[in-house]
Design a protein around this ligand. Structure first.
Ligand code: ADP
Length: 164
């Protein structure tokens, strides 16, 4: 029997948005098991809103209907994490040309670090191409309505954060 295809979807997911969810659900068309992996160290400078534990809990809740999705956290190199868990495929979302340069650079660096790893890039549904976790954080912090951008478990935690 062929080995199960384990795919890693890494990111900060601070918080998980409907854009992330869209990419993850698309991955399930070709992944036997999808690991949504929350990075302890952000690769690009970002202000943190949720702890890694909170992010893992909300991702788990959002995908409680999907037994093929697992969550994990990792620190250090993505390639080392993939080797450790036996994954040879990583998925990243591409929203616009602005994502391309950074993602392309990272893909080639990862290939240098571990030639057996394949990076796969996926486009989300058009309605999510403008969405980023940092924009959601910003709109929420200014009192805007984010209910169209995140699912219920995330919205609940975002509301708890903004009132506390
Ligand atoms: P963000 O850039 O929103 O802070 P992350 O750092 O958590 O998100 O990104 C994890 C991955 O998800 C990256 O590959 C990123 O390009 C992708 N991604 C983020 N938002 C979207 C979206 N709206 N549509 C498609 N891919 C996305």
């Amino acid at each position: 029997m062929a080995e199960p295809r384990v795919v890693v979807y890494p990111g900060s997911f601070d918080p998980l948005t409907l854009g992330h969810e869209d990419i993850a659900r698309r991955c399930l068309k070709f992944a036997d098991k999808l690991i949504i992996a929350v990075a302890h160290t952000a690769t690009q400078h970002k202000d943190r809103l949720f702890s890694v534990e909170d992010r893992l809990a909300m991702i788990e809740e959002c995908f409680s209907d999907e037994p093929r999705v697992e969550v994990a956290d990792f620190s250090g190199l993505l390639v080392d994490f993939c080797k450790r868990i036996g994954a040879r495929m990583v998925v990243r979302g591409l929203r616009a040309v602005s994502d391309f340069e950074y993602e392309f650079q990272m893909a080639l660096m990862n290939r240098n670090l571990w030639p057996d790893l394949e990076m796969v890039f996926m486009a989300p549904a058009g309605r999510y191409t403008f969405l980023s976790a940092s924009l959601v954080r910003e709109v929420a912090s200014l009192g805007g309505d984010i209910s169209g951008f995140v699912s219920a478990p995330v919205l609940r935690r975002m509301r708890e954060k903004t009132v506390s």
